[in-house]
Every structure is written in C-alpha cells, then in structure tokens.
Design a protein around this ligand. Structure first.
Ligand code: FES
Length: 317
C-alpha cells in the first residue's frame, strides 16, 4: 500500500508569527477516517499536533477541519475519499481565528447561536406544568431536520456571506432558529421572525448553498433559511429590505419575464425610504459612468406566456 502525504497547516501562537504547512507521510489503514489518520499522526509522529475531537461518532461536532479546501467532519470522512494523488491538505476551519494548528476560536460562533435565543418559549398561561408539551407527527416533522444539527460549524466555516460580512448570523444560528420558529410549542414565532429579518439575518444569505453542501447531517441550513423566509413572508413580516427585495424580484419576473434592475433597487429600498433611496444615487452614477446601467426600456421577453404559466402552476400548487 502506498503512503499518503498529509499536508497539515500548523501554527503555535507561542513561537510562530505565521502559519505554515508540515508534511506527514502515512499509510492509510483500511477503513480509516480522516480523524483516525490525524490521531495516528499525533500518536506516532508529532504529539504536538493540535485538533479537537471527542465522540469519534459524528455526534459531538468537535472534529471539523478543512480537507482540500472544504469543511468536513473528520470522524465521518473516509481518509481515502479525500486523498487525491496520494495527497491531502488539512487546514483549520474558515471564518474563525486560529488558536493553535487545527483548533479555531469558536467564541463568535457560539455568540451568534446564543443571539437567536435557542430555547423554547412556550405560552405558560395555556399550559399546565404538570403535563408534557406534546406535538403531532406533522408538527415534529417541521423541526426534525434542524434538530439533527450537531453544531460542528462546518457550514459556518465555508459560508460565503460570512466571509464578507462578519456580522451575518450565519447558517448554523439560522438553522437553529428555524427549529424554534417552527416549533408548535413556542409562542414567540412572530417576535423571533421579526428579529431574524433585521440586518445580518435571514435575508443576508446569498444562496450559494455551500452550507448545505458542507453539512454532515440532515440539517441543511440553506433549506432552513428558506423555511424562515417563507414564515416571514406568510406572517406579513415584510417591512424590511430583504423581504421587499424578494417581492420586487418576483413581481418583476412575473410581469415582464426579466429582472428590471431599474425598479428592483427602488422597490427593495422602499418608496418612502428617502435616506435609503438617496444612498442609491452614488451607485447609480458609478454604474452610469462605467456604462453598466441597465436600459430604461427593456426588450420584451418572447416567452413571457411560458413564464406566466409557470407562476400560475406554482400558485395553484
Ligand atoms: S469527534 Fe465528535 S463529531 Fe467527530
């Protein structure tokens, strides 16, 4: 059996100014996970190699690292599946500061989870404390997938929105929020969804889908964010930029089959939001000077009837 080169990013804050890579060679034992290999390297080659782990069973969520650029749960990933040409590059998770080697600082991550109030707030007046708060199967299924999240922070690590806006709540906290927003036993649905609709909340996700790709469970944060947006729209929590943008987007496509980039920014900002509208002017001028402004009158779309038929089908459904 050939050896695989594990190129592992190292950093010891007590002696290193910058991160660097160190190579370790290892024959991957049959069936070994990435975590098994990290442990073998630590036990047989360099005891100072630092990483987090606990359960080794994809339950505790502590062993996530980046393998070849993508976050993975090390104990759930077959080492042979990530080794390319007998090489694998291991780095710490992204969007967080490195503490040592592959261990990152999760302080901000946990603060964001805490910010969504991850606990049930039932209506105490309706309930007697001597009975269980039961749910029907249908009610439970609404929160079933979110409840499988093991808080491994893989989605948070690879979230593209987080990379450009550190204030964004992020996929983990939002997936966790859906579990409470749609819990039939919680009475704070509207106040929760209002808070989540503010800046840095549900509408700041850019749908890159990386969170769901990286999620090792059924929690799939992008789907949970879409659920939260649906709750917001269905509950009338729409007096915010994100909801107005979504509605303007749909209106534009439905009426003309195209995205009218002249009207969407104005509708998204709000017709009576004077400071907001004024803030669009510099952007408009820059676009005009660069020749990027959309035409005032768009060409009519030929297949508009098809688009309308799709909307009709969707609305009937
Ligand atoms: S060690 Fe617990 S999830 Fe991997």
């Amino acid at each position: 059996m050939s050896e695989t080169t594990f190129k592992i990013q190292r950093f010891n804050p007590e002696k290193d100014k910058e991160t660097y890579f160190q190579e370790f060679k290892l024959e991957i034992p049959k069936g070994a996970t990435l975590l098994d290999c990290l442990n073998l390297i630590k036990w047989t080659q360099d005891g100072t190699l630092t990483f987090r782990m606990s359960c080794r069973s994809a339950i505790c969520g502590s062993c996530s690292v980046r393998a070849n650029g993508h976050a993975v749960l090390a104990c759930k990933t077959q080492a042979s599946s990530v080794a390319q040409n007998d090489q694998v590059t291991i780095k710490p998770l992204g969007n967080m500061e490195i503490i040592k080697d592959l261990a990152v600082d999760l302080t901000e991550f946990w603060k964001k989870v805490e910010a969504i109030k991850p606990w049930l707030m039932p209506d105490e007046k309706k309930e007697t404390q001597t009975t269980e708060r039961t749910q029907s199967v249908e009610e439970f299924l609404k929160i079933d997938k979110a409840s499988t999240c093991i808080m491994c922070s893989s989605c948070y690590s690879d979230c593209c929105s987080m990379a450009v806006d550190k204030s964004f709540l992020g996929p983990t906290a939002l997936a966790k929020a859906q579990r409470f927003v749609e819990d039939s036993r919680d009475k704070e649905t509207i106040s929760r969804i209002k808070e989540l609709s503010e800046d840095a909340g549900i509408w700041d996700c850019t749908h890159c889908g990386e969170c769901s790709q990286r999620c090792p469970t059924e929690a799939k944060p992008l789907d949970r964010i879409v659920s939260l947006r649906t709750v917001a729209l269905n509950s009338g929590v729409t007096n915010n930029y994100g909801a107005r943008h979504a509605k303007a987007f749909v209106k534009s496509i439905k009426s003309s089959g195209i995205l009218n980039e002249n009207t969407i920014p104005v509708a998204s900002m709000g017709f009576f939001n004077i400071p907001g509208l004024l803030s669009l002017i510099p952007v408009g001028i820059r676009m005009f000077l660069k020749g990027k402004n959309p035409p005032l009158i768009h060409h009519p779309m030929q297949e508009l009837d098809d688009v309308k038929r799709i909307f009709k089908k969707f609305e009937e459904k």
